[in-house]
Structures are given as structure tokens and as C-alpha cells.
Design a binder for this molecule. Structure first.
Ligand SMILES: Nc1ncnc2c1ncn2[C@@H]1O[C@H](COP(=O)(O)OP(=O)(O)OP(=O)(O)O)[C@@H](O)[C@H]1O
Ligand SMILES: [Mg+2]
Length: 336
């Protein structure tokens, strides 16, 4: 897409802008016949605060703070990216042209650390600031992009790209696209198509690669072209036991449940044990544990259905609902 088209879109997503016409004319002048001088009025100053308010990005940032526990460094990076985009938008209005910033990102971290959740919010921010037309997120893995037979990969990858255009393409465990052990692997074909689109259509599509840090590092070593197209690398740390407890309480509160004080102590013990088990997946493990606790609570309430139940009782997870977990049979209490 030519720069003029890009400018148009940025301007057109904010129709109340008084100098929209000027921006469009300026863009046309830059790309059109240089001898034909266009009438351009560019403001001398802009109100960054007003721009920020008009974008409603604060809403997403607040929601991020409210609904996601911890993740301090991730939230900081997102605020930084939002600031960059906002300033870039304002610069365009002042006719201070620069290239469209590359916005492709890489989210690394262990399972359940919030990568998909944050990617969804990121898509929203990019949309509010006019960087993508729709702000939807298409999440895929290797199997969605790579075919089984010769000639299948290109149409598959292109179909996914078509769906994601105007939004964010989230590729989970992106490194599986590259299989060095298999010389004729079709993944390479998908990578090449992606690289091309990431370069040529970066003003209409943002790609976020996600996965484990070490595997992603190795992937980038073998695919420097991919690395060079990623502007933002964001690392998602594992949660501390305290953060996991806070996440659990937040998840329960969102569904009108709560832990009794005794159950909270049991849940702290549960978390420490679960963290040492195989396949521990941070916040996802917490969510799963609480789903099972709700099931047991429902069974417990149902078993005593002869007696009337208070609202409080129906809302409360008790120790018994947690202690039936196999975690307590299969692990010893960790120290601390
Ligand atoms: N910081 C957090 N605060 C509250 N809830 C969280 C937080 N991080 C993750 N969750 C919740 O945990 C679950 C898993 O998160 P998410 O799917 O975003 O993780 P992920 O890193 O994409 O995991 P995977 O690598 O397994 O795909 C979701 O239900 C999400 O809402
Ligand atoms: Mg995920």
C-alpha cells in the first residue's frame, strides 16, 4: 500500500479531525505531481492529551490493570507502545512524515502466563489508535498454515492471512513452522509468505509470534529475516505463588464465588504443590483448579439439598472442595 493510502486511513478513522482534508491533500501532494502545489494547512501545535482521550486507549489500559494481576513489565511495554503510536499519529498530522512503525511482536513465556489475553488487548489498542482497521485477532498454529501435500501450503497460509487482514495474526508456538530436520518441510513456504506480507502489508496486519523463550530464540537464529521484522519482544514471566492466589481470587470474584478464609489457606498450599507438578501452566492451571472446585462445591451442596442454603453458602468454596484434588494425594507439602 502506498503511503498516501496509509495516511488516508489514519485520518479517516478519526472523522472528527478538523484538518483531515489537509492531511489527505498533503499526502496526495507528496505522491502526486510535484509541480502542482497543493493547499496544505498543517497545525502548529497539537493537544496530545486530547488525542489520547479521543482514542479511548486509557480504557483498555485501565482494564488491563484491573483484570490482569502482576505482569508489571508487560504492562509497561504496552503503555510504551501505546505512547509511541499516539505520538506517531500526531506527527503525521503535523506532516512530520516517517515510516509506518513496524508493529510485529513476539510474546515469549511459559504456558498460561497471559500471552493470548494480552494479544487480544493489544489488538484493541492498535485498532483504537487507527493502526489496524478492525482490531480482530486470528489465532493460529502451524497446522492452520502448513498443508500436508505439495501445493497446499500457499493457499492455506493465504486464506489465514486474508482472514487476519485489518487485525492481528497471532501465531502460537510459531517455531514449529520451521523444521530443520526435514529438508522438504512445507513450513518454510509458509514462513516465506508470512515474511513477504509482514513487510509489504505491515500497515494492515500486525503479526504476533508467541511461544517459549528458548525455542523462539533458536527459531530466530535460523530465521534472521523473521527476527528483523519483529519490533517488540515482550517476555511474560512466570507468576509468583502470591500472584497466582490473587489471580484465583479475581477469577472467582468475576463469577460471584469466593474462598472461605480456611479454603484460602488450603488453596495457598494447593498452589505451592501444583507449581511443582509436571504440566504446570501458571494462570491456566489456576483456572482449571477452580473449575473443578466449583464442580465439587456443586456436588457438596446437592448432596445436602434437604437443608435450605444461604446465598453465602452458594457463593463459597470450602476446604473440602479443594482437598479432594489428587494434588494432595500425589505430593508432599513443600516447605515454606
Ligand atoms: N495476569 C493475569 N491475571 C488474571 N488472569 C490471567 C492472567 N494471566 C492469565 N490469566 C488467565 O489465565 C488463562 C490463561 O491465559 P492465556 O491463555 O492468556 O495464557 P497463554 O500465555 O496464552 O497460555 P498458552 O501458552 O497456554 O496459550 C486465561 O483464562 C487468562 O484470562
Ligand atoms: Mg495462548
Amino acid at each position: 500500500m502506498r503511503p498516501s493510502a496509509r495516511k488516508w486511513r489514519l485520518a479517516s478513522s478519526f472523522p472528527r479531525e478538523s484538518n483531515r482534508r489537509a492531511t489527505v491533500e498533503a499526502a496526495e501532494a507528496m505522491n502526486g505531481d510535484a509541480s502542482q502545489k497543493a493547499e496544505v494547512t498543517v497545525p502548529d501545535a497539537v493537544d496530545l492529551e486530547a488525542e489520547f482521550r479521543a482514542s479511548n486507549v486509557q480504557e483498555v489500559l485501565d482494564q488491563l490493570d484491573r483484570e490482569l494481576v502482576g505482569l508489571g513489565p508487560v504492562k509497561t511495554r504496552i503503555r510504551e507502545i501505546a505512547a509511541l503510536l499516539l505520538v506517531d499519529r500526531v506527527r503525521r498530522r503535523l506532516n512530520l512524515t516517517s515510516e509506518t512503525p513496524t508493529l510485529h511482536m513476539c510474546f515469549t513465556g511459559n504456558p498460561g502466563t497471559g500471552k493470548t489475553t494480552v494479544a487480544l488487548r493489544m489488538a484493541d489498542i492498535l485498532h483504537r489508535l487507527g493502526y489496524v482497521r478492525q482490531g480482530h485477532l486470528v489465532a493460529v498454529t502451524r497446522d492452520d498454515l502448513v498443508g500436508q501435500y505439495i501445493g497446499h501450503t500457499a493457499p492455506k497460509t493465504k486464506e489465514v492471512l486474508k482472514k487476519a487482514m485489518g487485525g492481528v495474526l497471532f501465531i502460537d508456538e510459531a517455531y514449529y513452522l520451521y523444521r530443520p530436520e526435514n529438508e522438504r518441510d512445507y513450513g518454510q513456504e509458509a514462513i516465506e509468505i508470512l515474511l513477504q506480507v509482514m513487510e509489504n502489508q505491515r500497515d494492515d496486519l500486525v503479526v504476533i509470534l508467541a511461544g517459549y523463550k528458548d525455542k523462539m530464540d533458536r527459531f530466530f537464529q535460523s530465521n534472521p529475516g523473521m527476527r528483523s521484522r519483529i519490533a517488540h519482544h515482550i517476555d511474560f514471566p512466570d507468576y509468583t505463588p502470591e500472584e497466582l492466589l490473587a489471580i484465583g481470587k479475581l477469577m472467582l470474584a468475576q463469577q460471584n464465588y469466593r474462598l472461605s478464609p480456611e479454603a484460602e489457606e488450603v488453596f495457598k498450599d494447593y498452589i505451592r504443590r501444583r507449581m511443582q507438578m509436571p504440566h504446570f501452566a501458571n494462570a491456566r492451571s489456576i483456572r482449571n483448579a477452580l473449575d473443578r472446585a466449583r464442580l465439587r462445591q456443586a456436588n457438596r451442596l446437592f448432596a445436602s439439598r434437604g437443608k435450605p442454603l444461604t446465598r453465602e453458602q452458594i457463593m463459597t468454596i470450602e476446604p473440602a472442595d479443594l482437598l479432594q484434588s489428587r494434588i494432595f494425594r500425589e505430593t508432599v507439602q513443600p516447605p515454606g
